[in-house]
Write a protein that binds this ligand. Structure first.
Ligand code: BGC
Length: 340
């Protein structure tokens, strides 16, 4: 059995190094060299494992059973009404008060030819866990290739019909955690549409809107700051970006979802996924009260979370992708963070 504080490290031939702990499968560092060989830790968080265990448990963690929000924690499945925890204003967030980010995952090293190194993380969530139906067995592979791809492969099955939406919650800063904000990063999102939010509902309205002529238009790429300072009601609602983007051409195969670049430090990354959506979150709730890496306070906009997933509140929105996992069927999801 793994202990919460057990640390596991993946390394490849280019000195890229990913470290995570068993609690939450939480990624605690991703060290990436630039062309000059200067290494930066590109995920925000804490200096030590002790601080990570005591601090914000969403940094870099696996989220489930339903990542993102479900309005009022309610959904209907096969004619039955379910009431989940309400742990975020009026809504259910990231699987509830005891989400997968707080669980101790069983971790074992595995060998797969495509990966320089890989681990499999396993969690069995009992029937009724956080009031979700079905015993859910989740397997997640963290793999690192020699092409600098950090790959996350999710696989889950349930004993009863249920709903599911798993994701990874790392916040990236390509200049390096603790060096400043992501306002000066260039972001391209392969999404002509996004799902607007409403202050009163606390999440998506159900509308699928064009990004064109809004601050959410990252189709051809722009500095994140352009959106952060935009006179745009959607930005003002969350003091930044906390929105789900609809990835163009979703067909269940891997697509480029986004590209993040930091010109001055010479680092870039691309995100690929087979999921229909990606939640972009600029970390607007950070207020500098916590000490992070390099001893620097974790400030507003310190990192960008790029969470590949199904859309928020899909179980209650008929026009959103399906989040139902039928008993005996398989949920799969691949997310690739490729460092360039
Ligand atoms: C959500 C934010 C939330 C954060 C919590 C993100 O995935 O989009 O609204 O505050 O998780 O860490």
């Amino acid at each position: 059995m793994t202990k919460p504080s057990d640390v596991f490290t993946l390394k490849n031939s280019n000195n890229v190094e990913v470290a995570f702990i068993a609690r939450g499968g939480q990624i605690v560092s991703i060290k990436v060299p630039n062309a000059q060989g200067e290494v930066a830790d590109v995920v925000i968080g804490y200096e030590t494992v002790e601080e990570a265990l005591a601090g914000d448990a969403y940094y870099g963690a696996l989220c489930g059973r339903y990542a993102n929000r479900i309005v009022k924690g309610q959904f209907e499945l096969n004619g039955e009404q379910f009431q989940l925890d309400v742990n975020n204003g009026p809504n259910h967030l990231h699987g509830g008060v005891d989400g997968f980010n707080l669980r101790v995952w069983d971790v074992e090293a595995i060998t797969l030819p495509k990966f320089a190194q890989a681990y499999q993380l396993t969690l069995v969530s009992p029937n009724g866990d956080q009031k979700y139906p079905g015993e859910l067995t989740v397997k997640v592979v963290y793999g690192l290739t020699n092409d600098n791809e950090f790959v996350i492969e999710y696989d889950a099955a349930s004993t009863k019909d249920t709903i599911i939406n798993l994701t990874s919650h790392a916040y990236f800063n390509l200049e390096g955690a603790g060096t400043g904000t992501i306002a000066d990063h260039q972001l391209t999102i392969n999404a002509d549409k996004f799902t607007p939010i409403d202050g009163e509902i606390g999440t998506v309205t159900g509308e699928i809107a064009d990004v064109k002529e809004t601050a959410m238009d990252f189709v051809t790429g722009k500095a994140i700051n352009e959106a952060l300072v935009a006179d745009c009601p959607q930005v003002k609602l969350v003091d930044g970006i906390d929105h789900n983007f609809v990835i163009n051409g979703f067909d269940g195969t891997l697509k480029l979802a986004a590209r993040l670049e930091h010109a001055a430090s010479g680092r870039a990354m691309e995100v690929y996924t087979d999921q229909p959506g990606i939640q972009m979150y600029t970390g607007s709730h950070f207020d500098g009260s916590e000490k992070g890496k390099l001893g620097a306070p974790i400030e507003k906009w310190a990192g960008l979370a790029m969470e590949t997933q199904i859309f928020p509140d899909s179980p209650n929105k008929e026009n959103f992708p399906n989040a139902v996992l039928k008993a005996g069927e398989k949920y799969t999801h691949t997310c690739v963070y490729k460092f360039i």
